[in-house]
Design a protein around this ligand. Structure first.
Ligand code: CDT
Length: 307
């Protein structure tokens, strides 16, 4: 079996508030067709790829936001994406807001195989931002109001001839996300993101957004010997400028493809999964070199404890 996955990182430009789901699905299908022409096996779309990044607004009654969430997947509106992917025999990874039948709200990503079957669902673990309205901000980042953190953690699934994992946006900044997948032998991590350039709590970080984006994914890839595919929804969405710079990072930590616009743009890379073993079988041979007996604080404590 081939150990090469030709991956397409399907960066999206902004989705404005008045853009319909159907219009967005058309854009996703266009990207999918471009990926097919480029020989892709798998296309990765961003976090919350079906809607604008709605946590930038606060509503007093959360049910007023129900229309941003998907209650079924596929739905009549997203079915054409599933149909086209199956016809072209391309898999895809799609981020969206999920409202479950029993009323739980998650920031979710699914992985769909070339035959159209949903092989995995991942729900965001690290939920950034704030839970309450902060009216003095130029825009809200109320993800902690709109989404509950997943208790499922980071899975790794056999798909596309390899071992694939997923994470969403803020998860990429936490080394634990990669390591939990690394310990399950992950070979490719798929990550969608929406990252405003302006970080309200500390604007001195604004100029570093691109640097931090690459820094975390390059180090996560290298330290775990895995491919990392980071895919943005970038550009100016409802007046908020967001980072593009989607990347494909090799297990060496090297960037092998990077988007240069902030709009809808497909970047591709031929990812040899056997490259992972050059790292996981040598310098990062976990079984040989890790020292879990001295890492207890990682799972037994949340914040900093100063003795
Ligand atoms: N979507 C998401 O998780 N964005 C955050 C923004 C910074 S926290 C307000 C990120 O980590 O990119």
């Amino acid at each position: 079996m081939s150990r090469i996955i030709t991956v397409g990182a399907a960066q999206m430009g902004p989705i404005q508030k008045d853009h319909s789901r159907s219009e967005v699905v058309e854009r996703l299908i266009d990207l999918l067709r471009t990926a097919h022409q480029s020989g892709c096996d798998l296309v990765v779309f961003p976090e919350l790829a079906l809607t604008t990044f709605f946590p930038r607004w606060f509503v007093d009654d959360i049910s007023q936001a129900d229309h941003w969430y998907e209650t079924e997947m596929p739905s009549p509106i997203t079915q054409p994406l599933f149909d086209e992917a199956k016809k072209l025999r391309i898999g895809f990874c799609l981020g969206y807001a999920e409202l479950t039948p029993d009323g739980h709200r998650f920031n979710t990503q699914i992985l769909v195989e070339k035959d159209g079957s949903v092989v995995a669902k991942y729900r965001k673990v690290h939920i950034p931002g704030h839970e309450h309205n902060e009216p003095n901000r130029p825009f809200q980042h109320a993800e902690r109001y709109y989404f509950e953190p997943s208790m499922d953690g980071f899975g790794v699934w056999k798909a596309f001839g390899g071992r694939l994992g997923m994470m969403i946006c803020n998860d990429r900044r936490w080394p634990e996300s990669y390591r939990v997948m690394g310990l399950q032998g992950v070979e490719m991590i798929l990550c969608g993101y929406n990252t405003p350039i302006h970080y309200v709590p500390d604007p001195s970080q604004d100029i570093l957004q691109g640097f931090h984006n690459s820094l975390v994914m390059q180090s996560g890839a290298y330290q775990n010997g895995s491919w990392v595919i980071g895919v943005a929804k970038g550009g100016v969405e409802e007046g908020v400028d967001s980072l593009g710079q989607s990347v494909v990072v090799a297990p060496s930590g090297q960037i092998v493809a990077q988007a240069f616009t902030t709009g809808d743009e497909l970047i591709t890379a031929r990812c040899d999964l056997d490259w992972c073993a050059k790292y996981t079988g040598t310098l990062f041979d976990f079984d040989r070199y890790r020292r879990p007996e001295v890492y207890g604080r990682i799972t037994s404590q949340r914040g900093v404890v100063i003795d």
